[in-house]
Design a protein around this ligand. Structure first.
Ligand code: PMP
Length: 449
């Protein structure tokens, strides 16, 4: 059964990139952070639907909310009409918004995926400003549709200018901590102010507070505030992509709250739909330039997703799951640094809240001291200035395979696919966290040998 399904799907489905396609698992049942495969094996799931499942699989409050809509006879598809289900969702969503935006917010429902919301946000700021260019950052991930793709990865286009994102490990300026972030911010400032930079006055700037697909890289709060000031001073709308960082994941309900930055636009998806497809753009009312018509989409009224999303947002808020993500994430990071940080094949262990990454490097290559002439400026990150040996995607894949053998599902990410990523549900128990760490440590140990 298990083998047959795997064989048929690999013959029928395109080989286009999808999350976790390479994992030889055929999930048939799931609850919390446990997935059971068709072969009867059980796994701890640290992928969580690419960060979608804030409450884990089939959480009772989500199932109950979905059942309630099903049993009520309400339309499951309501285009963009007002419904009680949508009313409850927007009420709960607005309750969670960062101060500064909450009282002046408008919401635009988009097509079902994060990338649709990114497109809508670009269109919104382009319409509002009458300008076209967009600023984004190296290593960013905003989706797979044309504009979102342009703002991701390393392509360069006149419409999208890519700026350095601050990072400790492999800092483009060869320093780490606050100093690296300051240099990255100054670079952006000089690009914006240099008429010869080729970057015209842009319609907006888009950034992730923590780059997830980019390899779990957290922007320092000072840099976030700097970007806010640079954009505010120049009347450039700041779009914060919280598709992956939102709903408690990083230890605050929205990751922008760490820095106190109020964005003009927030792009939200994944966990806001409580495991079902839902994407919205939330923006300041001053940007509300839409006339009826210019931004449509058939699947903007998914009532089941809104109900599941309302239940998820409320459960995270009422149960303090953001704080839990902060405390548990801090513990997991410290333990992981202690257990694998010293292996030669581990270049960096980093994260914020329950978004954790282990960068796997080639242990046979010597250190490259040029890249880090200064020690870390950040006392909390003594390892930040460790030599970044070349990324080792094959070794990272080997760690992933070893994890799987031990019943642990992890994702790979980063610019070179060399970062082992953990995105457990926020409902992960202390015991499950310990099991995740034990299995991952054991897997890295095996690969390091
Ligand atoms: N933005 C970010 C920050 C993401 O992490 C993702 C998905 N990983 C997207 C946008 C795109 O979302 P989707 O895959 O739903 O289109």
């Amino acid at each position: 059964w298990h083998e047959g399904i795997l064989r048929r799907q690999s013959a029928r489905e395109s080989a286009a990139r999808t999350y976790a396609r390479a994992l030889p698992i055929v999930p048939v049942r799931a609850r919390g952070m446990t997935i059971e495969g068709a072969d009867g094996r059980r796994y701890l799931d640290c992928l969580s639907g690419a960060g979608t499942l804030a409450l884990g699989h089939n959480h009772p409050v989500v199932l109950e909310a979905i059942r309630k809509v099903l049993d009520s006879g309400a339309p499951l598809h309501a285009l963009d009409l007002a419904t009680p289900v949508k009313d409850a969702f927007t009420t709960e969503l607005f309750r969670t918004l960062p101060p500064g935006l909450a009282d002046h917010a408008r919401v635009q429902f988009c097509g079902p995926a994060g990338t649709d919301a990114v497109e809508a946000a670009f269109k919104l700021v382009r319409t509002a400003t009458g300008r076209n260019g967009m600023l984004s950052f190296t290593g960013a991930y905003h989706g797979m549709t044309a504009d979102a793709l342009e703002a991701s990865g390393n392509a360069f286009d006149v419409r999208v200018a890519r700026l350095p994102y601050p990072q400790n490990c492999r800092c483009p300026f060869g320093v780490s901590g606050e100093r690296g972030a300051e240099l990255a911010a100054r670079w952006t400032e000089s690009v914006l102010d240099d008429p010869k930079s080729g970057v015209p006055h842009p319609a907006g700037m888009i950034l992730e507070p923590v780059q997830g697909e980019g390899g779990v890289i957290s922007a320092p709060d000072t840099w976030m505030r700097w970007m806010r000031k640079l954009t505010a001073d120049r009347s450039i709308p700041l779009i914060v992509d919280e598709v992956q960082t939102g709903v408690g994941r990083t230890g605050a309900f929205w990751a922008v709250e760490h820095s106190g930055v109020t964005p003009d636009v927030m792009v939200l998806s994944k966990a806001i739909g409580g495991s079902l497809p839902l994407a919205v753009v939330v923006y300041h009312e001053d940007l509300d330039v839409w006339e009826p018509g210019p931004h449509a989409g058939t699947f903007r009224g998914n009532q089941l997703a809104m109900a599941a999303g309302t239940a998820t947002l409320a459960h995270v808020r009422e149960n303090g799951l953001s704080e839990r993500a902060h405390h548990l994430g801090t513990r997991m990071l410290a333990e992981l640094r202690a257990s694998v940080g010293q292996f030669a094949c581990v270049g960096d262990v980093r994260g914020r809240g329950l978004m954790i990454g282990v960068e796997v490097v080639d242990p046979t290559e010597g250190p490259t001291p040029k890249q880090h002439p200064e020690p870390s400026q950040d006392p909390a990150r003594p390892d930040a200035a460790r030599d970044p040996r070349p990324p080792a995607p094959e070794l990272a894949a080997a760690v992933q395979r070893e994890c799987l053998k031990r019943g642990l599902i992890v994702e790979l990410g980063g610019r070179h696919n060399s970062v082992v990523r953990l995105l457990p549900p926020l409902t992960i128990s202390d015991e499950q966290a310990t099991a995740v760490l034990d299995r991952l440590t054991d897997a890295v140990h095996t690969v390091a040998r």
